[in-house]
Design a protein around this ligand. Sequence first.
Ligand SMILES: [Zn+2]
Ligand SMILES: [Zn+2]
Length: 391
Amino acid sequence: MDTSTTPVVEDPAVGTTVLPKVTAPFERSAEERVNWRASIPFLMVHVIAVAGTLAFGITLKALVLFVVLVWGRTFFITAGYHRYFAHRAYKTNRAFQLFLAVGGAMCVQKGPLWWAGHHRNHHRYSDTEVDIHSPLRGFWWSHVGWILCDKYKDTPTDKIRDFAKYPEIRFVERHDGMFPWVLGVASFLIAGWSGLFFGFFLGTVVLWHNTFLVNSLAHVMGRRRYVTDDTSRNSLLIAVTTLGEGWHNNHHYYQSSARNGFFWWELDVTWYILKALSWVGIVKDLKVPTQEILQSNRIADGNFDVGMYKAHWAKAQAYVAHARVDDRIAALSATADDAGEGLAADRDALDLAIETQKVAIDELLHRTIEPAEELARVAKRSQKQFPVIDR
Ligand SMILES: [Zn+2]
Ligand SMILES: [Zn+2]
């Protein structure tokens, strides 16, 4: 459990007790530790990017290259790895499918099968104990830690059989490390050392963290429009930097949509490009939510927000489990000792009473989740029976 800040509670009987603030209620297993040795290349790219940029500066050509390599490649992640490979939000031909896979591999985020397979798992188990990169397991873990541990380095092939059947996609997956090298050499040939260090290396670092923001910040910062079973949010800021992926609550609500900005004012550059590609026949059958889906399950209409409820209760449970009751016992015991032998004899009984209370509260919290979920189901059902009239 991550306990970063420490609120203080005043108790006139005992004095001051320091209580931990729970920021990551779901604990990680022993296998889920960052492998620092294996992460050296990842960390070195950061160092090389900054040091090389400082040494060789930023030329105009390299600046253009940087912009293209950050946001041009972001498109391959958002439209390719994410909306196509993970969610099948539209259809395309086999040549463009391969183009999306190769473009994605240039982003240095492993192959399309690894990326999309793990992402499908995220949607299946969003913000539960088994969600690989929920911020409820720690913010930095959700941002980058999960990528740097050994446990998730393999491709979850069983989750992505629909694309693993294509030999050319398997080829890209097997040789994913080759494509960034090609891009690095090309960057040097186009814009020299500045192109290599600023354009390619720093561009890759920015691209990485820009992508990772969707797993970390988009579950923490922003507003929730729809009831979902998780903590996903909508954020204009993240939508701007990620070409439309910041409408993450919309996306968790209706995952198979090719459009994440559901309304005209929700900027979604990936969607605009996909729409344009559909006009020339490169992509087709772009999935979008119906009007009924758009107007249903809105939190503003009074629907019960089960996702946030569960997240808060998970924190409450962890808080109870880890509250420093021992400190209070010690303080009370010291008081008892001071008061004399008679009071000290009660110490064991006091220990037991506190421990029993702790277990009882823990169980109570567990049980509270069930009726809350039932309540959410009822709310959803009644929503269908009495559809909300658009105001
Ligand atoms: Zn998510
Ligand atoms: Zn997704």
